[in-house]
Design a binder for this molecule. Structure first.
Ligand code: 13P
Length: 287
């Protein structure tokens, strides 16, 4: 069932758990995430970066695939199809393509410009029943060529963006996209607490979910994080399982070269990773 992320995140905030956003890259990824969510009776958010959208030949292709797959697989749990770190133009293209949720990332603009553009996107989205995520304070690491440095958002700025009526707010608290460096200082819980106190009921989003220790994830959830984004970790387990299959020479046995066989271990690995994260985030059985 394709829905906006508004209700599932309100429920998550009230119930003190988080909904996972898992970024998708192709059909196998989408199938693995949807099947796992259904199996565990968990709400889920499918994240699509602009780069991944381009890779899959465009947002229209993605929306058509996700809608059709949701139906063919008989998925009954709430699923949001969400643009991840959208530009102004990307956000408009996804609204047009039929996404049910949009992240407009204006965090690299001066605050006034971020506010003005966020406001416009929120108005368009809400008139169509689409949920919106906005961001304050760049999140560190690299995503589609954009590099930040584990910044920490200012609580007052967070409140200003929250008051525009966004449905979820991404605020940097020392988190970074990709694998964390060995000398990473960890999440800044003081900042998170200050942000939550200023923004009240607003579901907060934790980007860069890959590699954050379980105890930090749990603490972040108690402090108001209701959506956690995971991308790199699924890519790593997919690559590892595929490498093992090839290194074991399985592609050379019988019809082991068949893509349906070749990509199966990686797909299973994504399923296992998504299950592990849903259990950690507490969203199992919450559909
Ligand atoms: P990771 O790749 O670090 O898991 O981050 C995902 C993310 O935040 C997508 O927006």
């Amino acid at each position: 069932m394709l829905v906006s992320a508004t209700e599932m995140l309100k429920k998550a905030k009230a119930g003190h758990y988080a909904v996972g956003q898992f970024n998708i890259n192709n059909l196998e990824w989408t199938k693995a995430v949807l099947q796992t969510a259904q199996e565990l009776n968990s709400p889920v958010i499918l994240g699509v970066s602009e780069g991944a959208g381009k890779y899959m030949t465009g947002f229209k292709t993605v929306a058509a695939m996700v809608k059709a797959m949701d139906e063919s697989l008989g998925i009954t749990v709430p699923v949001a199809l969400h643009l991840d770190h959208g530009t102004y133009e990307g956000a408009k293209a996804c609204i047009e393509a039929g996404f049910s949720s949009i992240m407009f990332d204006g965090s690299h603009f001066p605050l006034e410009e971020n506010i003005a553009k966020s406001k416009e996107i929120i108005e368009i989205c809400h008139s169509k029943g689409i949920s919106v995520e906005c961001e304050v304070g760049t999140i560190g690491g690299e995503e589609d060529g954009v590099i930040g440095a584990g910044e920490v958002a200012d609580p007052e700025e967070c409140k200003m963006i929250a008051d525009l009526g966004v449905d979820m707010l991404a605020a940097g608290i020392g988190n970074i996209h990709g694998v964390y460096p060995a000398n990473w200082a960890g999440l800044n819980f003081e900042a998170l607490d200050a942000i939550q106190q200023k923004t009240g009921e607003m579901p907060l989003v934790l980007h860069g979910g890959t590699g954050i220790p379980d105890d930090m994830i749990k603490k972040a959830v108690t402090l108001g994080v209701s959506k956690i984004n995971v991308n790199t970790e699924c890519q790593l387990v997919f690559a590892e399982a595929t490498r093992k299959y090839i290194e074991a020479g399985k592609d050379l046995q019988g019809k082991g070269f068949d893509p349906r066989k070749l990509l199966a271990p990686g797909t299973e690995a994504i399923k296992a990773k998504v299950k592990e994260k849903m259990e950690l985030f507490g969203s199992v059985g919450k559909a």
